[in-house]
Design a protein around this ligand. Structure first.
Ligand SMILES: [Zn+2]
Length: 224
């Protein structure tokens, strides 16, 4: 049962007391500034809270959330967060985190109904169209839905890589790393999609993968 509006303030006072009990300088230290290593780009869905699912604390994680964790290069909000994270906070890891059961992805898959004409979801509709042959091979609508959640995360990771501020930082400092996650709402697990950001950055630069990367790619192919 959700708290009432008034109860939220009571909970806030209890939280302050708990934090000060554990660490008297907690708020003094927190007010000195933030030094997060992680930038988390997630869905606005109320079930996929970044601190809750990762166990990270306030100050550890810089967050941007929108419907279906989209990184659209013309979205000033997402791109400003990424730019600030790179230029001012020296972020080391960027995580794009989707989740199974995502309402935005579901709406983008439907031909009719809520979200059908939403310009925000157009980017997922395009991903759906581009990967339609792969999705059609899957046995059920549920599997197609799950896979589209994953494909959306991978495509948004690619959009992150392609931002000039991210690319330039990586080429000069070899970070940030870029990771694609899916939070499985049915089990609570975080699934790392092993997005190959190193290969992605090299390809954008027109570089051939090095010997180790080529060998790893070949072994991966042989395994299949
Ligand atoms: Zn969602």
């Amino acid at each position: 049962m959700a708290l009432s509006y008034e109860e939220i303030f009571k909970k806030n006072r209890e939280w302050i007391a708990k934090k000060l009990g554990e660490e008297p300088d907690y708020f003094k230290n927190l007010s000195k500034g933030q030094l997060p290593s992680y930038l988390f780009i997630g869905c606005s869905d109320s079930r996929a809270d970044p601190e809750e699912i990762t166990g990270l604390n306030l100050g550890d994680i810089f967050v941007h959330r929108n419907i279906s964790n989209i990184v659209n290069p013309i979205d000033l909000s997402a791109t400003s967060v990424i730019q600030y994270g790179i230029e001012n906070l020296n972020i080391r890891h960027i995580i794009v985190c989707g989740h199974y059961g995502c309402g935005g992805v579901s709406a983008a898959m439907k031909k009719e109904g809520l979200g059908k004409n939403s310009p925000w979801l157009q980017i997922i509709k395009d991903i759906h169209r581009i990967h339609k042959s792969e999705l059609d091979l899957l046995e059920s609508d549920e599997m197609r839905y799950d896979r589209l959640v994953e494909l959306n995360v991978i495509e948004q990771c690619q959009n992150v890589l392609e931002m000039d501020v991210v690319k330039n930082q990586y080429y000069s400092k070899r970070y940030p790393s870029v990771h694609g996650w899916v939070f499985d709402i049915r089990t609570g697990k975080i699934i790392d999609l092993n997005f190959d950001y190193k290969k992605g950055f090299n390809e954008l630069r027109g570089e051939r993968p090095n010997f180790g990367q080529r060998l790893f790619g070949l072994l991966k192919k042989l395994k299949k």
